[in-house]
Write a protein that binds this ligand. Sequence first.
Ligand code: NDP
Length: 297
Amino acid sequence: MTARIIDGKAFAAGLRERVAKVAAEFEEKAGRKAGLAVVLVGEDPASQVYVRSKGKATIAAGMESFEHRMPESTSQELLLAKVDELNADPSVDGILVQLPLPKHLDEQAVVDRISPAKDVDGLTPVSTGQLALGQAGLVPCTPLGSLMLLKDQLGDLSGMDAVVIGRSILVGKPMAQLLLDANATVTIAHSRTKNLPEVVGRADIVVAAVGRAEMVKADWLKEGATVIDVGINRLSPEPGAEKGRLVGDVDFAGASQKAGAITPVPGGVGPMTIAVLLRNTVVAAHRREGMEVLGGL
Ligand code: NDP
């Protein structure tokens, strides 16, 4: 069997278009643009790239982008004061503090300070609680984007066996919760799981969010399973090459001969993350203004 390749890039482009339409309608009704504030502390090169592309995508979707760059030496107190300022700013609908923060800062305390109404990353205790309770809150972008791809491929997920590998607050746990809400039967596997290949072999849906290059092998998979590969890992460079290849947590070459459908890396889940961030921002803007969100978001 040769798997269908799930084109996350194309799906994300469609989602960004829908977001842009809804953002334009929001601007007309509210008399202002929806706004996303991104806070970057320090000089981490990967974070700088992410923040730049988030800013560009926000503007392309017709929303306001506010970038706040703070030096590496920023104190906890100053960073919390910045979050307070953004919480109080009426033109800001979403706040994202780019992680990881420099070591001397307490990440969870900073995230906890973000107003839940503006928590477009879905990481505050209130957002996490709302997801557990099945209440309408803001859901972490990568798992929500992964769920969108799954529903687009499979339609109704009721009764399907899903295995999520990874239990982080950012990906694994919210992913499992979303699949449960979609009526899948969910197993969460992690580093202490016994006989992982056998656990994965029962699944109609496999979501790999581990951070270990090509760990999930083709012979672990049930024939025809749908595979969402969240992992982003850079291999060591081949001789003569400057940079190593990017690969996921799944052995793509092998798995694409056994799975029914699979996301590639890059071009699968990755592009969904920013598209869902824009979606969350425009949704937060509507809720803050007491407006109903339309447009199938
Ligand atoms: P974390 O490191 O926070 O979590 C990794 C999880 O994998 C942990 O729960 C860990 O288990 C589990 N794990 C580690 N080793 C094994 C193993 N041998 N067998 C089974 N489970 C194992 O990572 P994140 O959740 O933040 O990210 C996961 C991956 O997704 C990374 O590659 C990251 O780069 C990528 N990512 C991609 C995004 C995108 O936009 N596409 C966005 C966010 C992340 P335990 O809890 O027991 O330690």
